[in-house]
Design a protein around this ligand. Structure first.
Ligand code: XIL
Length: 350
């Protein structure tokens, strides 16, 4: 009978209740969707901050008066590294005559906005002032230690992490120290620099920084790893290792990068990606940025990422278009991939 197939009053009520519940669930989902979407941050710095990390850029003091440049810098980043202004030739152009004005412009720009500053760099074979280039032996050792002490003391309390020593190892398969005038003062010059920096600014994280140390299988990576392990075992005050990560055809990203970061972290140091640029374009470049950022996020002791410039034409390797913004300020595919990777991190501070 047709009447038996018609819903009874009770059944109709249940149907109504069910569809009412479904409607409420649907309404909830719909109302939550915009909130979920809003949870994805829209700038690199804010996205990195969700997991307690920073996202920085190398900054040149003379570009701080370029509003197209500062518009991007101020919107996207929350950490800076002076690209050249804290190097030895910039801060001590004549022996014992220190100049900090260009570095100070960058530091003030950052600290007034609550950003971090990575200091770069206290002891390095390159960009030495003329007076230092010709020095050797005890004279050079003492001049280097004086430089470390004076610069780290001047900036005490303002620097999140210092690249105390930069690029002290040779490329290739030797695993040897680079033959520089600093190395010739004695093999202990690196730890001496770290002890001087620690005495001058005990609260800054003190980093060893290098390039071609990204691929876990490379001899240079292993040589730096062994030095850091030795330093930790002997109580040399090292807190972090910086991976410059200038990737190109000769020094390509390898998927063992995550192993490199986590292996160093397991020694009891923080790790930081300090000078990231990836030559290339389009999807390939974007995917490599995504991988690098995801690798940092996968390692609890990876504090953050710094790209080595803002727009492609700000890059020291501009012909390789290795950065996140076009010269006209437009966001590249590499930017979108980087932001997505940062947003996919856990929202809990690590
Ligand atoms: C580069 C700067 O970007 C250039 O402007 C400068 O002419 C040379 O140095 N490793 C480092 C950085 O540690 O200091 C270098 O910066 C890039 C390679």
């Amino acid at each position: 009978m047709a009447s038996r197939t018609r819903p009874t009053g009770h059944t109709r009520l249940r149907t109504l209740t069910l569809s009412g519940t479904a409607a409420i669930i649907l309404a909830l989902v719909v109302s939550l969707l915009p909130n979920l979407a809003q949870a994805a941050e829209t700038t690199l710095g804010a996205a990195a901050a969700q997991s307690g990390r920073y996202f920085g850029a190398a900054v040149a003091a003379n570009k701080l008066s370029d509003s197209a440049y500062t518009t991007i810098l101020n919107r996207e980043f929350n950490s800076v590294t002076p690209e050249n202004e804290m190097k030895i030739d910039a801060t001590e152009p004549q022996q014992n005559n220190f100049t900090f004005s260009n570095a100070d412009r960058i530091v003030n720009h950052a600290t007034s906005r609550g950003w971090k500053v990575r200091g770069h760099t206290l002891a390095w074979h390159s960009q030495q002032p003329g007076w230092m280039q010709g020095m050797e032996g005890t004279t050079l050792r003492n001049a280097m230690l004086n430089h470390v002490t004076r610069v780290a003391t001047y900036y005490r309390g303002k620097i999140y992490s210092w690249d105390v020593v930069n690029e002290a190892f040779e490329d290739g398969n030797s695993g040897a120290r680079r033959n520089s005038n600093l190395q010739r003062t004695g093999n202990d010059w690196i730890e001496a620099a770290f002890r001087a920096a620690d005495a001058a600014d005990p609260n800054a994280k003190l980093c060893y920084n290098d390039y071609n140390t990204d691929n876990w299988t490379w001899a240079k990576t292993q040589a730096v790893y062994n030095m850091v392990r030795d330093f930790k075992s002997r109580g040399v005050p090292i807190d972090c290792v910086g991976f410059q990560s200038h990737f190109n055809a000769n020094s390509p990203y390898n998927s063992n990068y995550r192993t490199t970061l986590s292996s160093f972290a397991a020694l009891g140091v923080d790790v930081q990606i300090t000078e990231l640029d990836i030559e290339g374009s389009g999807t390939t470049q974007a995917n490599t940025f995504r991988s690098v950022v995801s690798d940092c996020l996968a390692v609890a002791r990876c504090n953050g990422v710094t790209v080595w410039g803002v727009r492609d034409c700000d890059s020291w390797r501009s012909s390789g278009t290795p950065l996140l913004f076009e010269c006209n300020g437009n966001k590249k595919a590499a930017y979108t991939a980087t932001l997505e990777a940062l947003n996919s991190a856990s929202r809990v501070a690590v």
